[in-house]
Design a protein around this ligand. Sequence first.
Ligand SMILES: Cc1ncc(COP(=O)(O)O)c(C=O)c1O
Length: 361
Amino acid sequence: MTYRTHSASPYMQFAKLRSGATYNLASSGIMQCSLSDLPVELHDLDISGPTLYGYAPLKERIAKFNGVTPDRVVCAAGTSMANHLAFAATLEPGDEVLVERPTYELLVSTLQYLGANIRYFDRRMENDFRIDPEEVARRMTAKTRLIVLTNLHNPTGVLNDEAALNVVGEIARDYKARVLADEVYLEALYEQRPRPAIHFGDHFLVTSSLTKAYGLSGLRCGWVLASPELAHRMYLINDLYGVYGATTADMLSVIAFDNLDGVAARAKKLLAANRPVLDAFLQSRDDLACVRPEFGTIAFPKLLHRSVHDLDHLLREKYDTSIVPGRYFEMPQHFRIGIGGDPEMTRAAFERLGDALDELR
Ligand SMILES: Cc1ncc(COP(=O)(O)O)c(C=O)c1O
């Protein structure tokens, strides 16, 4: 009997078991909503309902939100399952996939689990972590079936330029490959959000959810946008995993979409309070270098002289503060910080991070 060699995600174990702290800069999304943030009454909900291949009212909301028809929407348990379904529907074991680096580790773990061969294209700090289409073109081979990228980029928060994305799409098309754009952080541009990349053509797939920008991770309201044919294929694959959606969560997600402006206002208020704190912090530190993102919930500074391992250790042991070490993104001199938390906590966390950095000098 042969066993899969990759069937776990080191980053996800870190995120679930070791990223917690009183002063939390490790979380990458807006702090979680509670039920009281949604105008919901118990009689609005039910336990079971018609969620065969997606709960129709939710599919309609997701379709409208993204400017597509419902037959292009696959409902999925978070962006995580959305990515899994998108990979499974477009790849055979042994197919080659070109993934951005640095990258969100779970994308790689999932691709490895599905038996893909992974190659990377680099997003370089000296290029402000932008996608360089020439680098993408250089890394393609006849066996490449999928290009995988995130927008906003996790871990740096950098917004991808639409023209560059289109060039990447053309490169993929030349090789009869596709592009998967994980846009879970793009939602955090709110009314400034560019159109989802599915609008560039059916050689794109888009994955996203209400998790990061709206603080609604608990609903697991994720989706894939794809051609109707691929969407159908993904629903059949989902029969092997989740089978049905959770009706109560789907109904709550419909209510969330119908009241999204209010949920967004809460999130924008948090970011409006925290972004200046991040900016002032980065401005004040000559021991860090950072491509400062204009939007979103995360940043990825580089520690110039000391080890991030030591910083992480000191923060945990003495300051009860968490960051995400860059080794999870294959860039061990960096660390990721999130600014979606409670403003008082976030301000205190940055003070502690500053104290720890001073102590390491
Ligand atoms: C790029 C990216 N995609 C997907 C996810 C997971 O999203 P969800 O909670 O909706 O499954 C994350 C979470 O950190 C992420 O960073």
